[in-house]
Design a protein around this ligand. Structure first.
Ligand SMILES: Nc1ncnc2c1ncn2[C@@H]1O[C@H](COP(=O)(O)OP(=O)(O)O)[C@@H](O)[C@H]1O
Ligand SMILES: [Mg+2]
Length: 239
């Protein structure tokens, strides 16, 4: 097994006849935290949907753990170990917090051993969820819903955790809780691909960054390079 976990190369993705991704590429190594940034409508969510098989890429290659996954159905991609926290959270409104977490749990026996995520481990990471265990999904605040969405993805024991708009619409203190949680996951060796707009938090947390414009990577580099590239931040991220 190479240390290359996810290798997206040269993918074109369409909605009907409208092309959104043009030779999109991106790599995540095992243990890395990588970001995908860019203004609204540039193709970040479409890239993630292509990886997941929700909006299949028409051409190119998507390799995950040395296997080609382009063309696989989304449930199979999830089963191979890609855990998604989708834009807008999409938790189950009529299930309790506990039910939301256990409903999607997957124990890839033999792979995760004793290190697998359990309900107990998730609520230790997010103590707020323990207090809300019996509440329905639709009774939670936005921040609690996002914690639940992250916990739900972790319960699948993903090799790669993907977050689309990790902190969008959340209050500053709640955002900070999400960043702290992601930092803890990183320290534990979790590989993560994040879409978010908070450049400062992302340069602190992540190892490498991709900036996308109109469905193409226009810049990539490490956190020091991004922090030092005021022109890139201004031109492509509106900072
Ligand atoms: N379901 C869809 N049908 C048609 N066009 C879409 C659909 N979803 C997104 N698009 C278009 O694809 C482009 C990229 O969208 P998206 O990947 O959601 O961007 P981002 O996540 O970077 O904001 C936008 O121009 C958007 O209008
Ligand atoms: Mg999006």
């Amino acid at each position: 097994m190479s240390s290359l976990l996810l290798d997206v190369s040269g993918i074109d993705t369409f909605y009907g006849r409208s092309q959104v991704l043009f030779g999109m590429e991106l790599r995540v190594n095992a243990g890395e935290v990588v970001t995908l940034m860019g203004r609204n409508g540039m193709g970040k969510t479409t890239t993630i949907r292509s990886i997941m098989g929700l909006t299949p890429a028409a051409t190119g290659s998507i390799r995950f753990r040395d296997a080609e996954i382009r063309g696989l159905a989304a449930y199979r991609v999830a089963k191979l170990g890609v855990g998604l926290v989708p834009e807008g959270r999409q938790i189950f409104p009529n299930l309790s917090v506990r039910e939301n977490l256990v409903a999607t749990a997957a124990n890839r026996r033999g792979e995760t051993g004793d290190n697998g995520w359990t309900y107990e481990r998730v609520v230790k990471l997010f103590p707020r969820l323990a207090e809300r265990a019996g509440n329905m999904g639709n009774q939670l605040s936005g921040g609690e819903q996002q914690m639940l969405a992250v916990g739900r993805a972790l319960m699948t024991n993903p090799h790669l955790l993907i977050l689309d708009e990790a902190t969008e619409g959340l209050a500053p203190l709640i955002r900070q809780e999400i960043w702290n949680c992601l930092e803890q996951l990183k320290q534990a060796g979790q590989s993560i691909l994040i879409v978010d707009k908070n450049v400062d938090a992302l340069t602190k947390l992540a190892d490498r960054h991709y900036v996308i414009e109109k469905g193409r990577v226009v810049w990539q580099g490490n956190s020091a390079e991004l922090a030092g590239s005021a022109d890139i931040q201004h031109r492509y991220l509106g900072v």
